[in-house]
Design a protein around this ligand. Sequence first.
Ligand SMILES: NC(=O)c1ccc[n+]([C@@H]2O[C@H](COP(=O)([O-])OP(=O)(O)OC[C@H]3O[C@@H](n4cnc5c(N)ncnc54)[C@H](OP(=O)(O)O)[C@@H]3O)[C@@H](O)[C@H]2O)c1
Length: 272
Amino acid sequence: MSDTRIAFIGAGNMAASLIGGLRAQGIPAAQIRASAPGAETRGRVATEHGIEMFADNAVAIDGADVILIAVKPQAMKAVCQALKPSLKPEQLIVSIAAGINCASLQNWLGEQPIVRCMPNTPALLRQGVSGLYANKQVSLVQREQAQTLLSAVGLAFWLEDEQQLDAVTAVSGSGPAYFFLLIEAMTAAGEKLGLPREIASKLTMQTALGAAHMALSSDVDAAELRRRVTSPAGTTEAAIKTFQAGGFEALVEKALGAAAHRSAELAEQLGQ
Ligand SMILES: NC(=O)c1ccc[n+]([C@@H]2O[C@H](COP(=O)([O-])OP(=O)(O)OC[C@H]3O[C@@H](n4cnc5c(N)ncnc54)[C@H](OP(=O)(O)O)[C@@H]3O)[C@@H](O)[C@H]2O)c1
C-alpha cells in the first residue's frame, strides 16, 4: 500500500473506522480521500483524519487505485450508477454494503474488478472480522490491497464462493447481537441469583472477553476447552446439561440458518 491511493465514497461510521485504521498503520493522509454529501461530515472527517474531502464522488475517485464504497445499501444503486461514467477499468471497487452482490454491483458499475466484503460492527473498535470475495477481474495485487484495507479494522478472510458471504453474515455479521443477547440473559440470570445488576453485567462481559481470548490463543478447539473446564458432576456440567436438554445447539443452527436465508433474500431485493 506504499503508494496506493484510496478513495472512500461515504464517510460515515464504517468509512471513518477504516480511515482511522489505515492512518494508524502509517498510511499517509495524502493517499486517502473521501466524499460525503454533508458539509458537517466532511468537516469532521477532514479535521479528525487530516484527509482531503469532496462533495462530488466523481472528483473524489479521480486518480484513485482503490475505491471503497461505504454508503448505506439502499443508496448503492444510485451511487454506483452515477460513478460508472467516471471509472477507469483498472480501478478496484471494494464494497462493504450488506446484501449487495457482485452481479448487482457489476450491473450498476460495469466490468470492474470488485471485492465484496462483509465486515461487522466491532470494526468500529478495530476488533472486527470480515469475509471477502473477489470477482475474476481482481488481480493478486488488488487482492492484497483489499486485504490490507479490511485488516485495518480486524481480521479478514477470503472466500472462494460468493454465497458463503450469506454464511459470514449469519456467523459474524449478525454475530455481535447474539453475544449481546447472551450477555443480557446471563446478566438477568445473575441478578435473579442475587447479584447487583452492575456486577452481574461486568462478570458476564469480562467472562465473554476472557473466554474469547482463551479460545483464540489456544491450540485446542472450543469443545476441548469446554471439556477441560467441565468437571464430572460439577457446576459447569449442571449448566451445560441444562442448555443441551433445551436444544441449545439445534437452536443456534436454526437461528444462523434463518440469518443466512434472510441475507440471500435481502440481496435479491436490494439488487433490483
Ligand atoms: N456499521 C457497521 O458496522 C457495518 C457493518 C457491516 C457493513 N456495513 C456497511 O457499511 C456501509 C456504511 O455503513 P455505515 O454504518 O458507515 O453508514 P453511515 O454511518 O450512515 O455512513 C454512510 C455515509 O454515506 C454517505 N452518503 C450518503 N449518500 C451518499 C452519496 N450519494 N454519495 C456519497 N456518500 C453518501 C453519508 O454522508 P453524510 O454523512 O454526509 O450523510 C455517510 O457519510 C453500509 O452499506 C453497511 O451495510 C456497516
